[in-house]
Design a protein around this ligand. Structure first.
Ligand SMILES: Cc1cc2nc3c(=O)[nH]c(=O)nc-3n(C[C@H](O)[C@H](O)[C@H](O)COP(=O)(O)O)c2cc1C
Length: 364
């Protein structure tokens, strides 16, 4: 029913990438355990400096790189031979430095979204074994990236993630007014991206579907519709191994379908989150008259004009357990969480009982 994934030189036993979840929702623990079960585990770069132990209040960029490498190390301690990678958002101010830190930390795969990673092959040319995987939400974006990479660097993506803006969590690569209109067709996009690489380059590039994949039926549907694999994020939040605080995980279990919706991020992108506490998030910064102390995003209306709230700190508060004034990003299916489970249980559910055994972990 499924085939292993080949991403560049990296063989992945089960065709599942754990989606990068910034500000320490997917740190070394979650990424390590997913890789140990035979999927691709991703440490997310965004906001990793905060709560890293390296941040002293005014060395954000330095702490980001150090914190990132420390989480990769943690992941490799859990899965020494696993396929461990990173997610680095192009929108981050220190995108280039974080790509370099990822390479230094031994990442095998670099996944990039929230912008077009047009220069990525140049930044990684000294590490050709590191697989490069852009996230797109349209064929046009995949074409732009492929043509630029091919022309400038004689390189094509090792896989492409197609992220559905109607269901995915976190920042979304589509305009607010185009989300939820019913016009977007996730699996037509998956097939069109696949076909583009076949017809234009004669290459079978793995295309990974992301967004709303919660259970085995969703996995099977994605594969049947032409995806080579799935990227799953929200489902891994309510697990023992996820790096977030217990109350963040509990927020998924407690939320209702109607609580999940879209916010406009100060980054200028829409984002999907639990919307129960929007006013308290904004109030937190307003009553303190706080200003930007990290400069974490290239473009940010809070950094530039003090508008609304600091997103990285709001996400950080939630990650540490303050879900009253913190921002809880989630995908559209997060309401389906009904208990805390384990990464191994999810693999067993998705890929059969044998995938969830200690022996399978050891063999992955
Ligand atoms: C809490 C949370 C944080 C996220 N952070 C990031 C991120 O830092 N970078 C990114 O490219 N995608 C991010 N995403 C998107 C996921 O990687 C993934 O593609 C998407 O959520 C898939 O949909 P699902 O959550 O329904 O499985 C985030 C998603 C969630 C739920």
């Amino acid at each position: 029913m499924y085939k292993p994934l080949q991403i560049g030189i990296h063989h992945v036993k089960y065709p599942l990438i754990q989606g990068g979840m910034g500000v320490r929702i997917s740190g070394g623990s979650l990424a390590g355990h997913v890789a140990r079960c035979g999927g691709v585990g991703l440490v997310a770069a965004a906001g990793i400096a905060l709560n890293s132990g390296f941040f002293n209040g005014d060395n954000y960029m330095e702490a980001d790189a150090e914190g990132f490498k420390a989480e990769l190390k943690k992941a490799y301690e859990i899965a020494p031979d696993g396929v461990i990678g990173v997610n680095v958002m192009v929108a981050l101010s220190d995108f280039e430095a974080l790509v370099e830190a990822a390479i230094e930390g031994g990442a095998k795969v670099i996944v990039c979204g929230a912008g077009l990673p047009l220069t990525l092959p140049g930044l990684t040319s000294h590490a050709p074994d590191v697989a490069l995987v852009p996230i797109v939400s349209s064929v046009r974006a995949a074409q732009l990236i492929a043509r630029k990479w091919e022309k400038g660097y004689s390189r094509l993506p090792d896989a492409v993630v197609v992220e559905d803006p109607d269901t995915a969590g976190g920042h979304l690569g589509e305009k607010m007014e185009n989300i939820g209109t019913g016009d977007y067709d996730q699996y037509a996009t998956v097939r069109d991206v696949k076909e583009f690489f076949r017809s234009e380059y004669g290459k079978d590039v793995p295309v990974i579907a992301a967004g709303g994949i919660w259970d085995r039926a969703d996995l099977l549907y994605a594969l049947e519709q032409g995806a080579d694999g799935v990227q799953v994020a929200s489902r891994f939040v309510p697990t023992v191994e996820c790096d977030a605080a217990e109350s963040f995980k509990q927020a998924y279990i407690d939320c209702m379908q109607d609580d999940i919706g879209l916010i406009m991020s100060p980054a200028g992108l829409p984002g999907r989150a639990i919307l129960r506490n929007q006013e308290d998030i904004v109030l937190y910064d307003q009553v303190r008259n706080s200003t930007c102390t990290t400069g974490c995003l290239k473009k940010c209306s809070y950094k530039e004009a003090g508008e609304r709230f600091c997103i990285v700190k709001a996400l950080d508060r939630a990650q540490r357990g303050d879900v009253e004034t913190g921002l809880v990003f989630c995908g559209s299916n997060a309401w389906r969480a009904d208990r805390i489970t384990t990464v191994r249980e999810i693999f067993a559910e998705f890929f059969g009982e044998e995938a969830g055994t200690a022996e399978a972990e050891a063999a992955a």
